[in-house]
Ligand binder design. Structure first.
Ligand code: HEC
Length: 470
């Protein structure tokens, strides 16, 4: 064992120490210094040929010195980083030695510049060109190491891609619009892996020696062999890892990346149980109703989900009229016409006519803010007809249980704000009628803690914001 190894491992042959990894992770920061200094030095060398810039010549060697010194540290920290990582070995090899070349070339440039050596032929220009070329090439390889070799040209025009020997851009798969056309791998499994796993399991960054970019690569398995065993959830390592407790060392995805949703886990589990088919129509594989519902939801084909329905553009005259009544209206989506209506900032009085006009947009309005609007119990009858409402804010109004009765048809409602209102036990009748309710704001209302306790008991998934009066 040489001295360097001793320093790195402090005598223990396990991995590099935490401190070295810490320094290693500064590498991506430090590498930008030599790039800046050395390109500046090359530029100065170029322009200093002009009489106007000749005085700069006195300083050139300082810039080369800064450049080669920072290149030295970039190489050193980069070496530390390489100790920790599973990087593509080929790319790493060239990146490392090109980095060393940048340092050596720039050191020579410094000496030449400092000692004012005269190099034969175009020696100096060649040397400077080498520095510039190696900087760009090293940087490019470094980019490939972190982002994968397809990153740079992923969105490049096909002409540019073909020049670099890459195929045309893959035409993205069309969004599935009917369940019958969904392919089990291309539309269900592959999008999950692409979104959640491929950033660490691809050709360049093959953590655990596993590549999840295609069915063929997945079938090759990882360093411990097969990761999916047809028909057997218990021995399929992929399934084991995505269903472990999140805190477990083997849990996937790692590094605190968000875990798969229950539906995604269910889809992968179902696929393994169906013997991991590489292709084929989902509906022809005998899915039961349970998985069908999950897949429909996953593909956004779930007709019961309001947000998957297309609504028409709102009538312009109606929108103008509402704005004149004091409403602020905003679209909520790029490709659909759902809207947010807000009266809480209005300086006008709320009247019945405004509310009747609002009803014309009952398909479009899914968020409504009537906070501090002076709305009365009787007027809630209008609000109760806005059946697409998902979020309703009625805070700071003189309304009570009598008004709440009108809201029982709001089957899409997920959130209702009754802060600073006079509502009380009436909630015990209303809440059971709202199947999608997830959040209920009750601070400073007339509700007592006994009622809130009962609501909490009967609706475990309902989040209630309520503060006990002291
Ligand atoms: C942030 C990076 C990262 C992400 C994202 C990630 N993994 Fe991993 N994966 C790793 C690392 C690192 C290892 C090797 C260490 C280990 O075996 O735990 C690994 C190993 C594995 C292995 C074991 C391979 C073998 O044969 O040893 C499987 C299976 C796996 N990952 C599946 C997945 C799946 C499925 C996903 C997506 C849900 C995923 N990973 C997402 C980093 C990641």
């Amino acid at each position: 064992m040489n001295l360097f190894d001793v320093l790195l491992n402090s005598g223990v042959t396990e991995g590099p120490s935490d401190f070295l990894i810490f320094l290693g992770r500064i590498h991506p920061l430090v590498v930008h210094l030599p790039i800046g200094f050395l390109l500046l030095a090359a530029l100065i060398e170029l322009v200093a040929k002009k009489p106007k810039f000749r005085p700069l010549k006195t300083y050139t060697h300082y810039v080369w010195a800064l450049g080669s010194l920072s290149a030295f540290f970039a190489v050193l920290f980069g070496y530390f980083l390489s100790l920790s990582g599973d990087y593509n070995e080929d790319t790493l090899f060239w990146h490392k030695w090109m980095g060393v070349a940048v340092f050596l070339f720039s050191l020579v440039c410094y000496l030449v510049s400092k000692k004012q050596w005269k190099l034969p032929f175009y020696g100096k220009s060649i040397l400077i060109s080498l520095v510039v070329f190696t900087i760009f090439y090293t940087g490019h390889l470094g980019g490939n190491l972190t982002h994968g070799s397809t990153y740079l040209l992923e969105h490049a025009p096909n002409v540019v891609r073909n020049l670099a020997g890459m195929p045309d851009k893959a035409i993205p798969r069309e969004k599935v619009t009917v369940l019958d056309s969904a392919d089990v791998y291309l539309d269900l499994i592959s999008p999950i892996l692409d979104r959640r796993c491929v950033s660490c399991h691809n050709d360049d960054k093959k953590k655990g020696d596993l590549d999840l970019t295609s069915y063929a690569n997945l079938a090759l398995g990882g360093e411990n062999g097969e990761v999916v065993v047809p028909g057997d959830l218990n021995t399929s390592d992929i399934y084991r890892r995505i269903t472990l407790p999140e805190t477990h060392d083997d849990f996937m995805p790692t590094e605190g990346k968000p875990p798969l949703s229950d539906d995604e886990v269910a889809i992968i589990g179902w696929w393994i149980e169906k013997n991991v088919p590489p292709a084929g129509y989902f509906v022809e594989m005998g899915p039961d109703d349970k998985i069908k519902i999950i897949v429909e939801k996953y593909l956004g084909l779930d007709k019961n989900n309001l947000l998957n329905q297309k609504v028409e553009a709102p009538n312009k005259a109606i929108v103008d009229s509402l704005v004149n009544h004091g409403f602020i209206l905003n679209p909520l989506m790029m490709d659909n016409h759902f809207m947010d209506a807000n009266f809480s900032l209005s300086e006008q009085e709320l009247n019945d006519q405004a509310l009747t006009t609002l009803l014309v947009l009952k398909d479009q309005i899914i968020w409504l803010n009537m906070s501090n609007s002076g709305i009365k119990n009787a007027q809630l009858e209008h609000i109760g007809q806005l059946e697409n409402l998902i979020k309703l804010n009625l805070s700071t109004n003189v309304i009570s249980d009598e008004g709440l009765m009108h809201l029982s048809q709001l089957q899409n409602l997920e959130s209702i704000n009754l802060y600073k209102t006079d509502v009380s036990e009436g909630l015990l009748t209303l809440v059971p009628k709202l199947p999608n309710l997830k959040r209920l704001y009750l601070a400073e209302s007339k509700v007592d803690s006994i009622t809130v306790a009962q609501l909490r008991r009967e609706h475990q998934n309902l989040q209630i914001v309520f503060e006990e009066k002291r």
